[in-house]
Each structure stands twice: as C-alpha cells, then as structure tokens.
Ligand binder design. Structure first.
Ligand code: TRP
Length: 453
C-alpha cells in the first residue's frame, strides 16, 4: 500500500485490490456450497440460473458496493452511514449481524476442511467408507474441536495484523487452486461415470427449471450473493482503498470471472466422481465435496499427497474469506467503541465461536444457519443497499462510477436502470420465495430433527 494524497492508504497496485477481493470471494462458497446447492436443486437447471444471477444481478450489485466504498473511503458500516446517512445507518448494523451469523457456521465447515487435511495426511478416510468418515467428523466433539481451531486461526491472523501475509497466500492460492483442480478435473473426465455426470451438471432440463423455479430462484440468488461476498458490505470495505483512476467495472468483472470459473471447475470434479461411485448427488448434501474428493483420492497414485495439497489450498481459500467476514464486525467495534484491535478481535471471535457451537450438533443445523443467512439475510442486505444507492443517492453513485472510466460513457445510466428495476425486482421476488422456503424447511426437515431429539 502507498499513501494517497488524502493520507489514507490505497492499494499500491490494482492487482493488490483484485487479489484481496478474489481472496474474499473465492472460498467455501465455491468449493463446498456450490456443489451442495447444485445437488439440492437438481443439477444443470440450477447452474444456468446461478450463472444468470451472477452476471445479471451479482455483477451490477457488486458495483453498488464498490461505489459506496470508493466514494467514502470507509468500511462497510461507516461507509453506508456516510454515503446515505439518516436511518440508513442501521443498515450497517444488519451487515454486522450478517457477518456474525455467516462466520459462525462458515467456521464449522472450515473445521471440516482442516480435518480433511489431517485425514489426507494419515489416510484416515481412505481406510473406511468416505461417507461414513464424513458422518463421523462433521458433528460432535470432532467438529467442535475443528471449529475452535479454525476460529483460532482467523482470530490470530486478524489480531496480529498479518493480513499482508494472507494477501501473499492469496497470490499463491489462486493459481494453486486452478492447477490442482484442473488435474482433478482431468482425472474425473477419465472416469466411467463422467458422461452421465456431465449431462446432469451441464445439460439443463428447462422443464425441470420451470416446474421448480420457486426453489431454484432463491437458491441461485443466495448462492450468487454468498459466492461473490455481496449483501453485507465486504466489497464496500475493499473498494474503500481504491484510487479514483481505477475502472470499477473492469475490476469487478475480473473478480466475477475468476470466482465463477473456480465454482464451475469444482463441479467438474465433484459430479463425475459421485456418479462413478454410484452416489446420488442429492443424498450427499453438505458432504458432496468431501465424499467425492475423498473417494477419488483413495483411488489415485499419490492420493494422500494430492489430498493434503487440495485441502490445504481450500483451507487457505476459506481463511481469506473468513477474514473478510470478521473484518466487517471488528472494524465496526473498533470504530464504535474505541476498543483496541486485539481485544476486539478476541472478544468477537469468541462470541462467533459460541454462536457456531449448536451447528456442530447435527448437519441440519448447518442448513438452518445457511438458508437463513444466504437466502434471507444477504438478499435483504442487497435490496436495502441497492435502494439506498441507486434510488435515493443515484447522483453520487453515477458520479463515482464514472471516475476512472476514460473510453466509454453512457453505460452508467444503463447500470443505474438495471439495478433500479430488474435487479431490485428479482431480489424482492427471491427474498419472498426464500422466506417461503425457509418456513418450509422449519416445518419439514427441521421439525423432524427436533422431534428426533
Ligand atoms: N464469498 C465467500 C465464499 O464464497 C464467503 C464470504 C466472504 C462472504 N465474505 C462474505 C459471503 C460476505 C457473504 C458475504 O466462500
């Protein structure tokens, strides 16, 4: 970072900003949640809807956050308070709450990843059925311990202020993910179940889409926001370090392309392996990535080594995302209550850890937190942000978006009207359907779980 004229730090290089944003976006959302959602929503029909969401809704919504961040030069909470003022300052409170909820279960899943680094090194999951192994480590004492270790890592990194180190890690992580995942995707291509998997994953059944749009739409909206780190101001914070000669749309586009590419690649690994092993994707649920990759590794030469590399890379991806989540909460507490960074981080980390403890009781608790956060909270955050920025303070937004754009003007009005009407309408419909789906879940799977206690 170098000092700008205003005295606030800006990114020394544009690549520094893009890396940090990619580090936040690429994480468990791509590698764990994406295949999980695809398998819940019937395959390629979901993939098509997800892609539409990322390009038509997610990308313009990302510009909304970028505009607030660069204009104000502040973090998520301070940024929205300064940009929109008045009652909109409570939106910052919603951001903090969302960060709290998401990180609490994100860390539990991050713990599973850490467990699989270990399991790869010892060959633990190769000795027994991988589904069985996942069932064992994903709940109870094992999961609780791993959750604690993951949160500890997050707190240590943020409290010690070694986020610079994470940026370097991200620089290695992205090429590493692409390389390791490409190798596994090629391996998956050679499997006997590949053909069937590709038609499931890549060839959409539009009839299915039409019949099931009421669950596919909110799922795709939730996934689109989750994977791009939208809806809770993370991208406000990152863009606050950007200088005015940066073209926001090009930077955002780069983040979207890398992020989407990694999700698609993950699916190319997961589904051929599941189909070859005769596992119905729908039944693998939240375990899809663990069960499938572990299955393949048992089969491969150097499987243990590849496993360690694979899960370590995923762990780094998860950590760099988790840091962006906790940072929203930490910077708020520091600003608001004037507490020192270390104390604030330890305190918040402990609270988030505790909120995540119930998630280790049963996998249905992951669903509970996850559906609530992604399909309701993030979409709600997105709706409020878009309303404030594109309807109420549009002039400021347009002015800011135009900075750093030399070659083309006029697109800003296109952007404004896209976010004002179609984006907002789609998000409101998604939220409505998402609440509906959440109620269904509470009355169905969750009630069943409570009865079984
Ligand atoms: N995008 C990250 C992932 O895909 C998770 C994440 C980080 C996130 N920051 C966020 C999700 C903010 C929603 C909001 O793993």
């Amino acid at each position: 970072m170098s000092n700008s004229s205003a005295g606030r730090e800006t990114w020394a290089t544009r690549i520094g900003f893009i890396l940090a944003a990619v580090g936040s976006a690429v994480g468990l959302g791509n590698i764990w949640r994406f295949p999980f959602q695809v398998s819940q929503e019937g395959g390629a029909a979901f993939v098509v809807m997800y892609l539409a969401f990322v390009v038509l809704i997610g990308f313009p919504a990302m510009m909304v956050e970028f505009v607030v961040g660069r204009k104000t030069g502040l973090n998520a909470v301070g940024g929205i308070r300064e940009f929109a003022g008045g009652r909109w300052k409570y939106l910052g409170g919603l951001f903090v709450f969302i960060g709290f909820v998401i990180l609490s279960y994100y860390s539990v899943v991050g713990g599973w990843i850490l467990r699989y680094v270990l399991g790869s090194a010892t060959g633990g999951y190769m000795a027994q059925g991988t589904g069985e192994y996942f069932g064992q480590i994903s709940v109870g004492m094992d999961a609780l311990l791993a959750h604690a270790v993951f949160m500890l890592l997050v707190v240590a990194i943020v409290a010690l202020g070694v986020k610079r180190g994470i940026e370097i890690a991200v620089k290695i992580m992205v090429p590493a993910i692409i390389a390791i995942f490409a190798v596994l995707a090629v391996y998956a291509f050679t499997l006997s179940g590949a053909g069937e998997a590709y038609s499931y994953y890549l060839s959409p059944d539009f009839g299915y889409l039409i019949d099931n749009w009421q669950s596919i739409v909110p799922a795709a909206a939730g996934q689109g926001f989750f994977t791009l780190s939208l809806g809770m101001g993370v991208m406000i914070t990152y863009a606050s370090y950007l200088s005015e000669d940066e073209n926001l749309a090009i930077d955002g586009g780069t983040v979207v392309i890398f992020n989407t590419g990694i999700s698609i690649l993950t699916g190319l690994i997961v589904f051929p392996i599941l189909f070859t092993a005769g596992v119905d994707p729908e039944t693998s649920g939240a375990g899809a990535i663990f069960v499938s990759v572990a299955e393949a590794l048992g089969d491969l030469q150097f499987g243990r080594l590849i496993g360690v590399l694979f899960f370590t890379t995923v762990a780094i991806a998860a950590l760099s995302s988790a840091i962006s989540l906790i940072e929203v909460v930490v910077s708020y507490v520091i600003d608001e209550f004037g507490i020192a960074r270390e104390r604030a981080t330890v305190f918040i980390g402990t609270a988030i850890f505790l909120l995540g403890v119930p998630v280790t009781i049963d996998n249905v608790m992951v669903d509970l937190y996850d559906i609530f956060a992604a399909q309701i909270l993030l979409v709600l955050g997105g709706i409020l942000l878009v309303t404030a920025v594109a309807w109420i303070y549009a002039d400021k937004a347009i002015d800011e978006l135009g900075k750093g754009v030399t070659s083309f003007s006029g697109l800003d009005q296109v952007w404004l009207w896209i976010v004002r009407v179609p984006v907002l309408v789609v998000l409101v419909v998604s939220l409505y359907l998402g609440v509906d789906g959440f109620v269904d879940f509470l009355q169905g799977d969750f009630a069943e779980f409570l009865n079984s206690l």
